[in-house]
Design a protein around this ligand. Structure first.
Ligand code: MG
Length: 361
C-alpha cells in the first residue's frame, strides 16, 4: 500500500491562558498537521509543532522540511515496508525532529488502519488508559495555590509546577503555598526547564527535601548540554531527577543511562522524531532499569493522541504528561484520545483513531 500524497495544513489554537516556563511564554498553540493519503484512499494524520527554544524548529522550517525535503522522498513508498520508510525519513535530513515526528505518526496511523487495530495494541497493548498530571502556571504563590486546589478538586492527582524562574526563594515560596493548600496526598513534580546552574539546583532541591515538600521528581534542572552537571545534581540529591531537553535520541538516552546522569527520562515525539525512535529510547532505558515518562510540547490532541498510543503500549513507561490539549480554548480534532478528568482513554478504532479534523477533512 503505497503513499500517494503528503499534504500539510497550518493550525493555530489559542490557549485558555498564557503558558510560561523558564524558556518562554506561549499564547497560541501553532501546529502543522500532516495528512498522508495511501493509494487505497486511507488517510494517516500527524502533527508537528514549532518549539524554537527546544528543537530549533520554526513554522517556516517545518513547512519547508515536510513539503520540500521529506514528502517527495517518501511518496510512492509502501507502508508494508515500514522500516524502509523510516530509514529514508531519518536519512533525508539531520535534526528537524518535529517535522520527522509528524510524518512518523502518519505512517503509524496508516499502518494501524491497514492492520485494522488500534496503534497502542499493535505496538504492545500494555494499557488501555493512562493518567495525566496538570501544569500549574507560574504566578504569585497565592494564585498558584488557588489554581492547584482547583485542579485537585477537578479530579487531578498529580500537579506539575514550573520552577527555575527568578530566585530560588520564590520557587520555594510557590511550592510551599501549593503544598499547604493541597495537602500531602497529591503528587507534585517540578520542571526547571534548564533554569538552574548545577550547584543552584542541588541547593534548591535539598531545601525542598529539608522542608518536606515531598517532590516526586525534578525535570531538567540544568542546561541541556551539561550532562556532567545533570549527573552532579542526580548524585547530590535524593529526589529523582529526570532528563528532558538533554535527551532527544536513542544515542542521548544511551549516554545518560550509561553515565547514570539521570534517574528517569522524559520522551517526547517532537524530540525523538516520532514513535520509531521513541521505542528505541524506551528499550535502552528499560535495559538500564530506568523508567520513562512520555510528555508533549504545546501540542493539540492529534500529536498527544500519537504519544498516548506509544505510551500505553509499553510497561516501562510509567508516567504521563499529556495536559497540553486541556490548555487549549478549542479542539480541532474529533476522535483520538478521550479525556475524563485526569484519565485518558485510548480510542478503539484502527490506527490513531482520529476521525476528522475540523476545517481540513
Ligand atoms: Mg520538561
Amino acid at each position: 500500500m503505497k503513499i500517494r500524497s503528503i499534504d500539510t495544513f497550518p493550525v493555530a489554537v489559542p490557549l485558555k491562558k498564557p503558558f510560561k516556563t523558564a524558556l518562554r511564554t506561549v499564547h497560541t498553540a501553532d501546529a502543522i498537521y500532516v495528512k498522508a493519503t495511501s493509494e487505497n484512499g486511507s488517510v494517516g494524520w500527524g502533527e508537528a509543532v514549532p518549539t524554537h527554544v527546544i528543537t530549533g524548529e520554526s513554522f517556516g522550517s517545518l513547512t519547508y522540511v515536510i513539503q520540500e525535503v521529506l514528502a517527495p522522498r517518501l511518496i510512492g513508498m509502501d507502508i508494508r515496508y515500514r522500516e524502509a520508510l523510516f530509514e529514508r525519513l531519518t536519512r533525508s535530513i539531520i535534526g528537524n525532529t518535529s517535522a520527522k515526528a509528524a510524518i512518523d505518526m502518519a505512517i503509524y496511523d496508516l499502518w494501524g488502519q491497514l492492520a485494522g487495530m488500534p496503534l497502542y495494541q499493535l505496538l504492545g497493548g500494555y494499557r488501555q488508559e493512562v493518567e495525566t498530571d496538570y501544569t500549574v502556571s507560574v504566578d504569585n504563590p497565592q494564585t498558584m495555590a488557588e489554581d492547584a486546589e482547583r485542579y485537585i478538586a477537578e479530579g487531578f492527582h498529580s500537579l506539575k509546577v514550573k520552577v527555575g524562574i527568578g530566585e530560588i526563594r520564590d520557587d520555594l515560596e510557590r511550592i510551599r503555598a501549593i503544598r499547604e493548600r493541597v495537602g500531602n496526598k497529591p503528587k507534585i513534580r517540578l520542571d526547571a526547564n534548564q533554569g538552574w546552574q548545577p550547584k543552584e539546583a542541588v541547593l534548591a532541591i535539598r531545601k525542598m527535601e529539608d522542608a518536606g515538600f515531598d517532590i516526586e521528581l525534578v525535570e531538567q534542572p540544568v542546561h541541556a548540554d551539561d550532562l556532567e552537571g545533570l549527573k552532579f545534581v542526580t548524585d547530590q540529591t535524593g529526589t529523582p531527577i529526570m532528563a528532558d531537553e538533554s535527551m532527544f535520541s536513542a544515542n542521548d538516552a544511551l549516554r545518560i543511562c550509561q553515565l547514570r546522569a539521570a534517574d528517569l527520562l522524559n520522551i517526547k515525539l517532537m524530540k525523538s522524531g516520532g514513535i520509531r525512535e521513541a521505542l528505541n529510547i524506551n528499550a535502552i532505558a528499560e535495559a538500564h532499569g530506568i523508567q520513562c515518562m512520555v510528555g508533549s510540547m504545546i501540542e493539540t490532541k492529534l500529536g498527544v493522541t500519537a504519544a498516548a498510543h506509544f505510551a500505553a503500549s509499553q510497561p516501562n513507561i510509567t508516567s504521563y504528561d499529556f495536559d497540553a490539549p486541556l490548555m487549549l480554548a478549542s479542539d480541532p480534532v474529533s476522535g483520538g484520545i478521550l479525556y475524563s478528568k485526569s484519565k485518558i482513554r485510548l480510542p478503539g478504532g484502527p490506527g490513531l483513531g482520529v476521525h476528522q479534523i475540523k476545517d481540513i477533512g
